[in-house]
Write a protein that binds this ligand. Structure first.
Ligand code: NAP
Ligand code: HSE
Length: 432
């Protein structure tokens, strides 16, 4: 056996605690797999006076220099979260010749290039498996196991909080506000739930997934984002009746004609699609490649031990590279400079729910308004939801460019028989 590989950890909250547990429980197997024992030498904390029973026996410091200047430490694990000072600490660690492992999607999504540039300059590893999908292996599969493919689509349920909320709304017919409160009580949603419910957390993960899948740098600002706040139990009921599940999806597509299209929004997804049956806090990522066909990666997208599973696996990977002196084997894979598809040019089917006057000829006027903009309707349903001479109509369109559906909605808004456009949601992977 080689001498121990020593690492340091920045932060010791939910994920950091999991890392310590995994190391304690699996130390012997991990040592055999690396060919050397793994030793957590120092932990960076903010406040040395705070009691931390889970860190008993470990060397704590509140000075990053104690870690950066320690030549015995060859790997730094960043599980503090946030952008500053996490970004600077990781850059400084790599500059000092240490490999870096992180779970931090914020930094990877916004500063991925800078991180990779530094890792290449100093010939060290920069690994971030836990940044998307928590414990689900997806970064390594995209960078290594699927690298023989041309990937044309990567689609995922990458936010557990919103998937839990949509699942509850579907199962119980509950209102958005009630399920949000429940998600907060269970500790899934933060007191300020915006990053989850407005889609920003998923957008960061979408940028990372698309960059890896399509070998081109996709920045957070390139992702068009819509959250789940506009979803009502009525939309979910219609979806179910029409054969769909409602999901918040991170969607990435790459086509030679349109370019790279990356977005996060709620969708109607056919119940037969593998992602439609991913419920509760679980995550899943669906990949389409020209050799593998379709593949789906499913599992716990967050949580102390599942996320630590990914973090510790990256540490083992970095440690193996140290043992075999093989650093930086898999470098930045964003070598392409593909054009991005503007939102207006993206294509999808749409669900449109309207409140209209309940009188003869109205359906014809609506179909004409859609037709004027080249929007072809796949189905139109009018249900029992009629109130005082008004009727609720739901239309599902065939695939159409986003700009055309927006133009059609503008025309519809101007029709005297249209009282209200109640919702518009994309229908993804509809083969009809
Ligand atoms: P957390 O529970 O809030 O823990 C963060 C820890 O970092 C705390 O112990 C905090 O110290 C410490 N910290 C923050 N700033 C620091 C600083 N400047 N110096 C020293 N220590 C500092 O967060 P977490 O849930 O473990 O998440 C960590 C990272 O993993 C984030 O990037 C997150 O997005 C990612 N992640 C988390 C999950 C999950 O399930 N939780 C899943 C996937 C990815 P104090 O105790 O003093 O506040
Ligand atoms: N807030 C995220 C979620 C977990 O709800 O899935 C951390 O990425």
């Amino acid at each position: 056996m080689e001498k121990p590989i020593k690492f340091a950890m920045l932060g010791s909250g939910t994920v950091g605690t999991g890392v310590i547990k995994v190391l304690q429980e699996n130390a012997r197997e991990i040592a055999k797999r690396i060919g050397a024992p793994l030793e957590l030498k120092k932990v960076l904390v903010r406040d040395l006076d705070r009691k931390r029973p889970h860190l008993e026996g470990l060397a704590l410091t509140d000075r990053i220099e104690d870690i950066l200047e320690d030549d015995e430490i060859s790997v730094v694990v960043e599980v503090m979260g946030g952008i500053h000072p996490a970004r600077e600490y990781m850059l400084r660690a790599m500059e000092a010749g240490k490999s870096v492992v992180t779970a931090n999607k914020d930094v990877v999504a916004q500063f991925g290039k800078e991180m990779f540039d530094m890792s290449e300059k100093r010939n060290v590893d920069f690994l971030f498996e836990a940044s998307v999908g928590g414990g689900i292996p997806i970064i390594t599969p995209l960078k290594q196991c699927l690298t023989a493919n041309k990937i044309t689509e990567v689609m995922g349920i990458v936010n557990g909080t919103t998937n839990y909320m949509l699942t509850k709304m579907t199962e119980c017919g509950a209102e958005y506000d009630a399920v949000l409160k429940e998600a907060q009580e269970k500790g899934y949603a933060e007191a300020n739930p915006s990053a989850d419910v407005d889609g920003l957390d998923a957008a960061r993960k979408a940028a990372i997934l698309a960059s890896l899948a399509f070998n081109t740098r996709v920045q957070l600002d390139d992702v068009s984002v819509e959250g789940i706040t506009k979803i009502t139990p009525t939309d979910i009921e219609y979806a179910s009746t029409l054969g769909y599940a409602v999901k918040l999806l991170a969607v990435g597509k790459d086509s030679p004609e349109k370019g790279v299209d990356v977005r996060v929004h709620p969708v109607f997804l056919p119940k037969s699609h593998p992602l439609a049956s991913v419920n509760g806090v679980f995550n899943a990522i669906f990949v389409r490649g020209n050799a593998i066909g379709e593949a789906m990666f499913y599992g716990p997208g967050a949580g102390s031990l599942p996320t630590a599973s990914a973090v510790v696996s990256d540490v083992i990977d970095a440690a193996r590279d140290i043992v075999h002196e093989a650093f930086g084997r898999i470098r930045c894979t964003c070598y392409g400079q593909k054009k991005l598809c503007p939102l207006d040019d993206t294509e999808s089917s749409y669900y449109v729910r309207l409140l209209v006057d309940d009188k003869p000829g109205v359906l014809g006027m609506i179909a004409t308004a859609f037709g004027k903009e080249g929007v072809s309707l796949k189905s139109v349903v009018q249900t029992k939801r009629s109130v005082a001479n008004h009727a609720e109509i739901v239309a599902i369109t065939h695939t159409v460019e986003h700009r055309k559906i927006l133009n059609a909605l503008r025309i519809l808004e101007g029709l005297p028989v249209v009282d209200e456009i109640r919702n518009m949601i994309r229908v993804e992977n509809d083969r009809g």
